[in-house]
Design a protein around this ligand. Sequence first.
Ligand code: SF4
Ligand code: SF4
Length: 220
Amino acid sequence: MDSESKNMAISRRLFLKGAALTPLTLALGGAAISAVYLRPAQARDFYLRPPGAIEEKRFLAACVKCGRCAQACPYQSIKMAGGEAVVGIGTPYIVPREMPCYLCPDIPCTKVCPSGALDKKLNDVEKIRMGTAIIVDRSACLSIRGLRCEVCYRQCPLIDKAITLETRHNVRTDTHTIMEPVIHRDKCVGCGICEKVCVRETPVIVVQKTPTLQKDHYEF
Ligand code: SF4
Ligand code: SF4
């Protein structure tokens, strides 16, 4: 198998793994919800554009609304805006909780864009910057509460780069270890896979444009 096919296989496997895991993890999360108080997560402060999208104002001016990027996406991650005027009618966007970007190694969505709204020169998935993931509700994150979850970490295509696990003593139980997912902004590409797989009913990890600073630890 050549390296491109191998990469594609990895991308597909991630997609299938995510699809297979979601019902199980949702069930686990559902069970845990009764034990853990869930705060509403912050609303998203922007819409994710496809990989390679240029700065938003220029993107809106450049995009000819042809939908080729959406047609090229093998996962149907890219939607074309209908009446959602705030997105820009006819422009492409991604809703990670429905279908994140699975980081195709050849980034086909950018290659077919005729307008320059998506940068064709983008050839490295690790250089994609759609946004940055952030844990918006630390009190609802099962891992931070001291339970074994870590689903976002394990499903991250840039595991141990974009998300790492940091361990610390659980002062509440005084016997266990907390395994906290920590997002590294310089590596996170904003694909939204973590947001898709978060086991909570309202995802506690979401992709945002300008993440607010997180506290170092949460007292509970
Ligand atoms: S990189 Fe692949 S999965 Fe992601 S939006 Fe482009 S075509 Fe879709
Ligand atoms: S392919 Fe380019 S011009 Fe066409 S809808 Fe997608 S971003 Fe806009």
